[in-house]
Design a protein around this ligand. Sequence first.
Ligand SMILES: CC(C)(COP(=O)(O)OP(=O)(O)OC[C@H]1O[C@@H](n2cnc3c(N)ncnc32)[C@H](O)[C@@H]1OP(=O)(O)O)[C@@H](O)C(=O)NCCC(=O)NCCS
Length: 332
Amino acid sequence: MDAEDPLEALPWGDMHLALATAAQKAERDRLTHEAWGSPLTVEQFHQRELRLRSHPWCREGMRTWLLLDDASQVLASCETFHTDSYLRGPDGVASRGVSHAIASVYTEPALRGHGYATHLMDLLATRLEQEPGSSHAALLFSDVGAPLYRRSGYHEAPAFDWHLSAAGGLSTHAVDALLCDGDVPLMMERIQRPEVPFLLWPSAAQIDWHLERERAYAELLRRPRPEACGATVGTSTVLWAMMARYGQLVVLMLDAETVEDAVALLEAARGVAHRAGLSRVVVWEEPSTLAWVARVPGASRVARDGSLPMLRPLRPGLPAAERVGFSRALWV
Ligand SMILES: CC(C)(COP(=O)(O)OP(=O)(O)OC[C@H]1O[C@@H](n2cnc3c(N)ncnc32)[C@H](O)[C@@H]1OP(=O)(O)O)[C@@H](O)C(=O)NCCC(=O)NCCS
């Protein structure tokens, strides 16, 4: 190893994990802007972050972690968010616990390539394993492929999307209702939870966090929000949010009883997307919805670019990542 290498000068033992103060979070916002801020200015991005951090879902369970050296210099950072999860025991009974969704893993350019992000992920997993309470798993959505996070015990799940073009002539005749933000809690109560060994399941507050992002971008980019955040037909439901920067309406949750319901709900999504000036509806492929979405006319399947779901168990008894469903609503 080169004598100039920071790893040589700084043994792993001298690095530690800490929770960021408000001032340190603000400092990180200014640095991470280069990765995630566009098209916002540095100040707008900081305001967006402040706004999201004050959302009820974040106040409940968001933490900003720092990897510090012995002089308390920040080497890398990331965030974790509490996500509800349910693990079925050998008796078949599902017990509720918490999983930790990790986001915004960041090392500033001058410090990259020295293993800091890897060390941060290792220390964080150990810390989460040791915390009291029922921690099930850590999950993340990688934009840099699998290898970096595989080193720290994460395994990827397959990631495919279904794309539908936005369509003129809002065809809401086939749905019973379009939904507004206030409908989300009731809708999340009626959406069927899949009966699976391990379920990562967003709360209504987590869904509203996506809508808070939508509200923030609509204001900052001065563009209207879509007229609805979802639709229902019979007992089937879809919830979606605008990703203004990408011209997309992303389906957060889809609970369709039949292929006819899936077609009706996604038609409504296409119409709402068109009227909001978006070009595409994106549906993440999940085992529970694949059969329906694959039969929706005009839907095309593409390998996902970025947002690769990865899972690291924090206790024994979890299924392999490829057997776990990752809805778009879980993305952070
Ligand atoms: C990704 C990032 C956090 C890595 O930080 P780091 O401290 O340099 O990470 P480490 O030194 O532990 O590991 C570096 C490895 O990550 C890989 N990596 C970094 N950026 C990558 C990218 N965009 N695509 C694929 N791999 C990447 C490097 O190739 C390197 O691999 P190697 O060790 O096999 O050569 C840092 O490059 C960064 O902040 N990037 C911008 C923000 C970002 O994309 N974050 C990840 C979001 S999922």
